[in-house]
Design a protein around this ligand. Structure first.
Ligand code: ADP
Ligand code: MG
Length: 333
């Protein structure tokens, strides 16, 4: 690979994509029998990279294989993926050329350092009607746009837990950008999750569709709803948090195992009556969600169609505000 001494913002040539490492098919893994291979694939483990990132206990449970085999598989996959240390300049080389998905609002894009970031899980949290679902819809449209127009030229996978996905909104948003709406709808795969187990399963099965449909954005709207409804009472809290933790890690793995994959989750809020100073509204899901998401954005209502987004927690973004609007045409400034 040619070494380039380029300033931070220099445009990359199209033909040299520094950000991509090869993704090895599972079949390339040496010494794995047909039966094991089938078990792995059935549980949605389609590539060596995903296998290399799998925790041992989850692999045993998801694929129904014994500890010895599971350990061997993970080790072999990690050897191929060379999952040891790497120097920071290699990481920088990737981030330097990283494209982001435009939200449709310039202010909001600026707040996010250019848009929704691949390789990370971004959480939108806020009260109802603050625009979480609207932003999710807009990103499903925008991810499909060309690189010049702030897209990733890929499709979206939408896990709808509340039954609020609306193709009508996609049509409005796509038409506003002169995109062919039929085509735009075809590039969005929707999974309606009826309970938390189903939601977890849909995420695990996502990898079967991701490569086939060139998915570059995975959305879970909303992440916690089912969990809150199903795990009621104090005694169940520990189990709920543990299950949720595994689920979030499944999503993190998805964001990291592909070269260009953004993950967006929405989250509800609950009011904390014991907070007298500062913001009494907190995201649900507790520390598990707070620590799981890479970038957290708090949404609140402004005047009329305006909404305010605030970065709450991000590895390299300051805690600032941005205003955006929800209009008939979608998200704008
Ligand atoms: P939530 O945060 O609960 O997911 P939504 O993203 O569903 O909230 O936002 C709902 C809000 O979006 C509505 O209250 C309305 O202000 C706005 N909205 C929805 N559809 C349209 C539309 N077609 N034109 C303009 N604004 C809309
Ligand atoms: Mg919603």
């Amino acid at each position: 690979m040619a070494k380039k001494k380029a300033p931070i913002n220099e445009e990359e040539e199209e033909d040299e994509d520094l950000s991509s490492d090869p993704i090895y098919e599972l079949n390339d893994l040496p010494g794995v029998g047909e039966i094991t291979l089938k078990k792995l694939k059935t549980s949605g483990i389609m590539s060596i990279r995903l296998l290399a990132m799998y925790p041992l206990s989850s692999l045993m449970e998801d694929a129904g294989i014994g500890e010895k085999t599971a350990k061997k598989l993970i080790k072999a996959a990690q050897d191929i993926e060379q999952m040891g240390f790497k120097s920071a300049d290699k990481i920088w080389e990737k981030r330097r050329v990283m494209r982001r998905i435009s939200t449709g609002g310039q202010n909001l894009d600026d707040l996010l350092g250019g848009g929704l970031e691949p390789g990370a899980v971004t959480e939108l949290f806020g009260e109802f009607r603050t625009g979480k679902t609207q932003l999710a819809h807009q990103l499903c449209v925008n991810v499909q746009r060309s690189h010049e127009d702030g897209g990733l030229e890929g499709g979206a996978l939408y896990i709808d837990t509340e039954g609020t996905f609306r193709p009508e909104r996609i049509i409005q948003m796509a038409s506003a950008k002169d995109m062919d709406y039929q085509n735009t709808l075809q590039n969005i795969v929707v999974g309606r999750a009826y309970n938390s187990d189903h939601q977890i399963l849909l995420v695990k099965e996502a990898s079967k569709i991701i490569e086939e449909k060139n998915i570059k954005l995975v959305i879970v709207d909303s992440l916690i709803g089912h969990f809150r409804a199903e795990y009621v009472g104090r005694g169940t809290l520990a189990v709920r948090q543990q299950t949720l933790n595994t689920h979030i890690h499944d999503l993190l793995r998805i964001s990291e195992m592909y070269d260009e994959m953004a993950v967006l989750v929405t989250n509800q809020v609950s009011s904390k009556p014991d907070v007298f100073y500062g913001n009494p509204i907190t995201a649900t899901g507790g520390n598990i969600v707070a620590h799981g998401a890479t970038i957290r954005i708090f949404l609140r209502k402004g005047k009329g169609e305006q909404r305010v987004a605030k970065i709450i927690d991000a590895p390299n973004l300051p805690e600032e505000d941005a205003i955006f609007s929800i209009t008939e045409d979608g998200i704008t400034d």
